[in-house]
Design a protein around this ligand. Structure first.
Ligand SMILES: NC(=O)C1=CN([C@@H]2O[C@H](COP(=O)(O)OP(=O)(O)OC[C@H]3O[C@@H](n4cnc5c(N)ncnc54)[C@H](O)[C@@H]3O)[C@@H](O)[C@H]2O)[C@H](O)CC1
Ligand code: K
Length: 511
């Protein structure tokens, strides 16, 4: 699903109005009707107090139009206009008049007013600011938002949580609505997926308001949300008459004394995702452990017992995964540098491989083009430097990807695959996956996908999705806390099955 910027959403708005020959207040009516239907299908007329806080722009207009529809259906509502500016939008005013025609008079709030009481059993509709927020909030509006936030009432935000800009962090985090649920018009917003701005809402959902598909389909976006629809076309089915040679030979290089498990996890994930053959390259001390724990893998060892000092693979594999548990000793750095000078196969680089690159950026020029780097936030910071906020981080990551001709997988709650100017945002996974070895499993999976013939970009996007899905399936049996990296691997098969499961036909009840 494409993720549009605020200006693209305004363009979609204009395009729709002109192509469908409707008025802008008709589009607002569609938005309000979609909001109403969502609420009505859940409340079924229940007599809870719904308090609507509406700004004076179009987000506020949506709220005012919604208030009218709720009133028409007998809901118990109170409407407050947050009068933060004299510049009321045309469609806000049209809807305010429609409300007054029905003898419903909102209470106008301004800097001199005391705020209305909010009971924790009330439902709050937050329609104060939408995507038009472009400057700091007045303190009294910020204080109203604080007043809503401390109420513990259920807060339903219209389009986005009020006070949150679309392309930067808020200047004061206490002046942003903490939304229980956001109903986002037509498309998800980038802010829902970034660690610094995603915290303002608990859940989000998209409401279709009929923005014109021609605009949506033909407009390029920097970011895409990756779900099943985007992943299925990437899937490469296994062929009936194929053999293990068709699915490549991956080599996983890493480990040091006490950190051989990282390689074992990566190799095991690489096999489970479907690589034909997997060889581990580890220090001598890892030999027995690996041969015992993972009989399906072959093992090559370094001459040295405790760490990697020379990388000597006597064949050309389909792909290398390198770095997990490898350490950053001088002799390992030297071996890694020599390896990079000679390697031709694509690489997936993780953990200490990334730390070495960050410490010795001159090595970056030897990394094969199109390689995949899988940093967690600290490793990313070592690679690209400090960032001001998540938006700056993404721009710096894109610059890094262009400059070094590589694919970056920024790991997090919503991992983002960066390739040049584009970002692919993952939407699977859960907090149970924040556990030791989870990253080693991901590296093994991406390596195993490249081994089978997926392009490095598709392997990164597909691997991140499947890794998250395996965690989501695993959590059903283990819960968040007990989910270990091994269980993620054990559920890779079920994740494939889940991906390929045909959608349930509508209106068919399961027995
Ligand atoms: N295509 C769609 O998705 C549709 C969206 N709709 C809704 O419209 C809003 C966007 O409306 P807009 O009027 O452009 O912006 P806001 O309501 O967010 O802001 C109002 C107004 O306030 C000014 N402003 C900005 N920051 C501040 C500030 N800190 N203090 C005071 N005033 C401020 C700014 O100039 C704005 O003009 C969208 O989110 C949807 O909810 C349509 O209803 C349907 C189509
Ligand atoms: K809002």
């Amino acid at each position: 699903m494409k993720i549009f910027t605020a200006s693209q959403i305004y363009d979609a708005d204009k395009f729709t109005i002109s192509k469908q020959q409707i008025k802008s207040d008709d589009l607002m009516e569609r938005a309000a009707t979609a909001l109403f239907n969502w609420i009505h299908s859940r409340l079924n007329g229940a007599q809870v107090n719904i308090k609507l806080f509406c700004g004076i722009g179009n987000n506020g207009g949506d709220g005012i139009a919604l208030a009218r529809l709720l009133q028409e259906h007998g809901y118990s509502i109170s409407v407050f206009v947050v009068n933060y500016s004299e510049k009321r939008s045309k469609d806000f005013l049209i809807n305010l008049d429609r409300l007054k025609d029905r003898k419903l008079w909102p209470e106008f709030l301004d800097s001199d007013c005391s705020f209305p009481d909010i009971n924790q059993n009330d439902i709050i509709v937050d329609a104060i600011f939408g995507i038009g927020l472009n400057r700091k909030l007045d303190d009294w509006v910020g204080n109203l938002i604080k007043h809503i936030n401390v109420s513990n009432a259920f807060v339903l935000s219209v389009d986005i949580p009020s006070g949150l800009p679309m392309d930067s962090n808020p200047s004061d985090s206490s002046y942003v609505i903490r939304a229980s649920h956001v109903l986002s018009f037509q498309v998800p917003k980038l802010i829902f997926f970034l660690p610094e701005t995603g915290i303002y809402q608990n859940q989000w959902e998209v409401l279709d308001i009929g923005l014109d598909p021609e605009y949506l389909n033909s407009t390029n976006t920097e970011y895409q949300l990756i779900g099943k629809n985007e992943i299925l076309p990437l899937y490469r089915p296994r062929l009936k008459f194929s053999h293990k040679g068709n699915y490549g030979h991956a080599v996983i290089i890493g480990g040091s004394y006490g950190k051989i498990g990282a390689v074992q996890l990566a190799c095991s994930a690489c096999l489970s995702v479907g690589s034909g053959l997997v060889t581990a390259y580890v220090p001598e001390c890892g030999y027995n452990a690996l041969q015992t724990a993972l009989p399906e893998a072959m093992v090559l060892t370094d001459d040295e017992d405790d760490s990697i000092t020379k990388i000597n693979v006597p064949f050309v594999p389909s792909v290398y995964g390198i770095g997990m548990g490898m350490g950053t000793e001088e002799k390992t750095i030297k071996a890694f540098g020599t390896f990079l000078k000679n390697v031709e196969s694509p690489l997936v680089i993780d953990a200490d491989g990334l730390n070495i690159l960050a410490k010795h950026p001159s090595l970056l020029k030897d990394v094969p083009k199109g390689s995949v780097l899988t940093p967690h936030p600290k490793e990313l910071q070592r690679l690209i430097g400090e960032w001001e906020d998540d938006f700056d981080k993404l721009n710096k990551a894109k610059d890094f990807s262009v400059k070094n001709n590589c694919i970056l997988v920024i790991k997090g709650a919503h991992s983002i695959v960066i390739h040049a100017e584009k970002g692919y945002i993952n939407n699977t996974g859960n907090p149970g996956m924040a556990t030791a070895g989870s990253g080693d499993v991901l590296t093994g999976m991406i390596t195993g996908l490249i081994s089978q013939g997926y392009s490095p970009l598709n392997a990164a996007i597909f691997g991140v999705y499947l890794h998250g899905m395996a965690g989501d399936v695993g959590v059903m049996d283990f819960g968040y806390e007990a989910l270990k990296a091994t269980e993620i691997i054990n559920n890779i098969g079920k994740a494939y099955i889940e991906l390929l499961r045909p959608p349930k036909p509508e209106n068919v009840k399961e027995v």
